[in-house]
Design a protein around this ligand. Sequence first.
Ligand code: NAD
Length: 481
Amino acid sequence: MQISDELIRGVVEEVLTHMRNGQALSKNAATPASVLPAGQWGVFDDVNSAVAAATKAQKAFDSMGIAARKKAVDCVRKVCIDNAEMLGREEFEETKIGRLKDKVQKLTVCAEKTLGVEWLRTEAYAGDFGLTVQEFAPFGVVGIVTPVTHSLPTLAGNAINILAAGNSLVCNPHPGGAKIACRGAQLFNQAIHKAIGVDSLINVIRTPTLESAKAIFDHRDVKLLCVTGGPAVGRAALRSPKRAIVAGPGNPPVVVDETADLENAAKSIVEGAAYDNNLLCIGEKEVFAVAGIFDELMEAMTRYKAVRLNNEQIAKLTKAAFIRGEGEASKLAVNKELIGLDAAVLAKHAGLNVPVDTELLFGETDEAHPFVDHEQMMPFLPFVRVPDAGTAIALAKKYEHGFRHTAVIHSRNVDTITKMGREMDVTLYVQNGPSTASLGAGGEGYLSFSIATPTGEGVTTPLTFTRQRRSTTAAGGMRVM
Ligand code: NAD
């Protein structure tokens, strides 16, 4: 065999990549491998082939029973846990947004806290007339769309729920996170195939486009949709001819009143808003604090690695962070180039140098500020001074924009807490903690990276992806008591 310079360069590069990735791997981790050609292990170039493979796989899977579902779900969990460092790094390198350590953590918590087959419980009614059994059956193939902010965690979390319910899936990922989605699908399918002999339960379109999303939405063999993202994808899915579960955008407000534990409030606000550089849809996006404690709260923030910007610095950052389009798109919009940047990098856009380990930037703005109005998804938090808790709640309601997503309050006044909960009418309402507590981090409960807000399913579970079926034995039959 002829050994060319090119071949040697290729081998050396591959070895170096292995070594670099290997430093971060756990001992059970999969060997890094480049993405395989389309048509293998769930990676497809076209929607028809992906749906055909998913349909065939689901039929085989459906006949295998609950134990096989559990095995498949366990494979997804194990791949995420064993390869969290490597996959988190690959996602970070591809998307270039957020924080590496949070990308890694999102994979492990998703694997540990997303609900599986244990959540499916058959209901039964027995009486004089016999027995009725209510079971939760699969839909078949579920079409999903995932966001760039958590490409693989959303695919993995959706896969755990969807497979637990006995379905297969076809995913149109965000183009900016498509490689990592394909990579995850390969590893999941390989592990599942080894465990139960079925391939292609989890399928990803390698080069996703709006057309491939539409082809999934319209495909007759896709029985249910679950889309996670901003307003456009939610609208598109709801226009499709089948049922859609929509995990839509948020702009979570925080209210802080004069009864709050300010130290806990500041610590919690930093923790929630700084997570993955404020990419989370549940992350704190603007704060309405009453005048009586406003200055004290601002001071407390600085004790948790948050750096306060002055008016001039906020104006400079605002100019960089928002852009105005032309024609129909002439509305102000968030500059995507700044989304998910580290606080220290963002600070440079405000004309400031801050320590690299700065968690968050913050500052006082008025109510009608773009940082209040928009879901900025970057680690700068605007604080608005308000006369009282009633005004704070009214503004929180206004700037949540009716998304009915997430809201946070720091207060010890039960009446104020109750009033805000009722008025906001959101899917996730957090009191006296970081927004992340609502998904089980320092709070109770399970996790999903798809929080179905406009369509009302809430934090998705395997049950979200099931059809209820009833079997009735009449005339006193099958009742054994
Ligand atoms: P995005 O809306 O730009 O994209 C989301 C996905 O939708 C991508 O795969 C994209 O390619 C696709 N898409 C966009 N427009 C489409 C259309 N017209 N037809 C079909 N597909 C379309 O959002 P993003 O930047 O990837 O993610 C951030 C957004 O997602 C934020 O608004 C955030 O609040 C939201 N989000 C919500 C949840 C939730 O659980 N509710 C979770 C994560 C993110």
